[in-house]
Design a protein around this ligand. Structure first.
Ligand code: IMP
Ligand code: MG
Length: 184
């Protein structure tokens, strides 16, 4: 029905995703303890599902906050221009901050976000990205934790959208050629 008919192939099935998210959670458990009280900064909208699953594996005391940035219009290519649409509620000065992102593609978004957050003087600033497309990188951004490397294809699902749809798919997939073409 509808959405799923638009999927050409599943790149990362739900079980594989969930197993890796649990592993990332364990890695983060090893990075911080209660006294650190890290602040997880979810980059909206794409990382909302990842954050929700990831935090359920965390054992240390922590907080979450949200930031929304835009670098894309409705299409599939980054413009390179990043804007803050929603800023954090928390003051991060002196805090341990972990950025939770859906995907690092060219790198513009995370480069902008890390440079912006660094000016606010957090005690530490780390990045956890569910996906990475290394072949597309234009700016080098040091990512501490990566869930999966994906090929140079536009992916959707598990929070990631195409023109604001498909975020609810529980797997990472690629859409049929005609779906992307129809919007052009
Ligand atoms: P970058 O600035 O090129 O690294 O792009 C990163 C942002 O673009 C991510 O936060 C995503 O929101 C979006 N993005 C990049 N590649 C994809 C994709 O394959 N599917 C969905 N969104 C993507
Ligand atoms: Mg994003």
């Amino acid at each position: 029905m509808g959405l799923r008919d638009d999927v050409a192939k599943v790149l990362i099935p739900e079980e594989t995703l969930q197993a890796r998210v649990a592993e990332l959670g364990r890695a983060i458990n090893g990075m911080y303890d209660d006294a650190d009280r890290p602040l997880l900064v979810c980059v909206l909208k794409g990382a909302f599902m990842f954050l929700a699953d990831l935090t359920r594996h965390l054992e240390m005391r922590h907080e979450v906050d949200f930031m929304e940035v835009s670098s894309y219009g409705a299409g599939t290519e980054s413009s390179g221009v990043v804007r803050i649409l929603l800023d954090l509620e928390q003051n991060i000065k002196g805090r341990h901050v972990l950025i939770v992102e859906d995907i690092i593609d060219a790198g513009y978004t995370l480069d902008y976000v890390t440079r912006n957050l660094r000016t606010r003087r957090p005690t530490s600033l780390r990045i956890c990205s569910l996906l990475s497309k290394p072949s597309r990188r234009e700016i080098d951004v040091p990512v501490d934790l990566v869930g999966f490397e994906v090929p140079d294809e536009f992916v959707v699902g598990y929070g990631l959208d195409y023109a604001e749809e498909y975020r609810n798919l529980p797997f990472i997939g690629v859409l049929k050629e005609e779906v992307y073409q129809a919007a052009e």
